[in-house]
Ligand binder design. Structure first.
Ligand code: SAM
Length: 457
């Protein structure tokens, strides 16, 4: 790997003798990780049930380092949402947010969903998660990942951060800005990050981060917490951005990040006019010190500020015949009603169960509001993949369960049907006790309902 001369010179100067270890580490393999989706499985059981050795990570109780070369994305437990493949240092960010069940959480730059799915797991999916992504194309992966993880109480929004600040100022308990950055911590895994690096890009990213942080700050309610993170090493995008922010926003104070094993931020890298000692409370993850690619994290709290309420979601009337179809589906297929106590709303051809804390959309581009229950096809309802991923086999009247390596299951994941006698109707396909797909039986054949876009070749 050949690094840009200016990057090499800058990091050598900053790190001094340590830079040898840093550059040696950058020439090694990238580190991969896996995080148990604790909404579905606890870390210990997952570790026991997977065929590869997993090394625990000090800063994330549900996180593990994977051995090089393990194809963890191919295991059916991944399709069943039992884990999320995530670079180990990225797993420290949601942990630093100190979220609690019931929080109103806003993730401002959320795709593909690593930190959002982690935040939902840390709250046990109690409260509200608003996952925003400005790039419409990247929203698709975000939607799929949140669905796969079985998250019910999330909204997926496709907006500019500035627009969210206009509508939802002062409303959130926890706001995360995992900022777009120059991506120096991606060099080992992504040639593009290396090819795109220039010192002008670092400066451009820092200006963008200043602007995004101002909007992020205005979204936090008084007493709430804002977490800022990047996957880059440059002080200009990390300590400098945070020090400038604290100067502009005296109502915010830095908080300690009580996670094990991380390195402190570097107040000594601040320019004279920004100097302050409390920046040691920020955290860094380094590829030569930690099993990770590199991250920077800062957590600040708004000690005073407005506490605004989200305008609650008001249902428009969903046609009684559609609600009746839903009740019929529940009666025939399920042992619980996943929409119980929630507003059921039709948007276009889809039916949703709205999270109790969901806000009124106010003209924002909402891509998904809560749990998608079903699609409406004339006088029929097709249950959604999101729904089965949010259910457990004990909640479904009939489940066809397989062990992970069963050939019939692997064929099902490729789109093939299964021969299986029984009454006609919907049933769940499960692996190792976890739902993975719907199937629809007619005359002894379970037709494949695993979404085409997810099927294996
Ligand atoms: N948090 C994500 C995760 O854990 O999976 C990764 C987010 S990535 C580091 C940064 C995100 O910022 C990208 O999805 C990118 O599309 C988004 N982004 C780029 N420019 C932006 C802007 N001007 N405003 C808001 N988000 C932006």
């Amino acid at each position: 790997m050949v690094f840009p001369t200016k990057f090499k010179a800058k990091m050598s100067k900053l790190l001094g003798r340590e830079s040898r270890d840093f550059f040696t580490a950058l020439h090694q393999h990238d580190v991969k990780g896996l995080r148990a989706n604790t909404l579905k499985v606890d870390s210990e059981s997952l570790e026991k049930s997977l065929p590869w050795p997993l090394a625990p990570l000090p800063w994330c109780p549900s996180g593990f380092q994977l051995q090089h070369g393990v194809a963890a994305g191919k295991h059916p437990y991944h399709a069943a949402g039992l884990y999320y493949l995530q670079e180990p240092s990225a797993m420290a960010v949601a942990e630093a947010a100190s979220v609690s069940a019931g929080d109103l959480i806003l993730d401002l730059a959320a795709a593909p969903g690593g930190k959002s799915s982690h935040l939902a797991a840390l709250t046990n999916d109690v409260g509200l998660l608003v996952s925003n992504e400005v790039n419409a194309k990247r929203c698709k992966a975000l939607l799929q990942n949140l669905e796969r993880c079985g998250i019910r109480h999330a909204l997926v929004v496709n907006e500019r951060v500035e627009r969210l600040a206009e509508v939802w100022g002062g409303c959130f308990d926890k706001v995360l800005l995992d900022a777009p950055c120059s991506g120096e911590g991606m060099f080992r895994k992504n040639d593009e990050a290396l090819a795109m690096w220039t010192d002008e890009r670092v400066a451009h990213c820092a200006r963008l981060q200043d602007r995004l942080l101002d909007d992020a700050a205005s979204l936090v309610k008084g007493g709430g917490r804002l977490v800022y993170s990047t996957c880059t090493f440059s002080p200009e995008e990390n300590e400098w951005v945070v020090a400038k922010f604290l100067k502009r926003w005296p109502a915010f104070q830095l908080r300690q990040i009580g996670l094990e094993g991380l390195a402190p931020g570097r107040p000594d890298w601040l320019p004279e006019d920004l100097k302050r000692d409390d920046l040691h409370k920020t955290r860094r993850i380094w590829p030569h010190l930690h099993p990770g690619e590199g991250h920077f994290i800062a957590a600040v709290e708004r000690i005073s500020g407005p506490i605004e309420k989200l305008l609650p979601f008001r249902a428009h009337n969903t046609a009684p015949d559609i609600l009746k179809l839903w009740q019929q589906f529940v009666g025939a297929t399920l042992l619980i009603d996943p929409a119980r106590g929630k507003q059921i709303v039709q948007y276009g051809d889809h039916l949703y169960a709205i999270p109790p804390l969901a806000p009124f959309p106010k003209g924002l581009k909402i891509r998904r509001i809560g749990l998608r229950l079903a699609s409406i096809r004339g006088k029929r309802l097709l249950p959604s993949h999101a729904l089965v991923m949010a259910l457990r086999p004990v909640q479904v009247r009939e489940t066809l369960s397989f062990e992970p390596q069963h050939p019939e299951l692997l064929r099902y994941l490729q789109g093939h049907p299964i021969e299986h006698r029984g009454n006609d109707g919907w049933l769940a396909i499960a692996v190792g006790g976890h739902c993975l797909s719907w199937g629809r039986r007619a005359k002894g054949i379970v037709k494949n309902a695993y979404p085409k876009g997810l099927r294996r070749r």
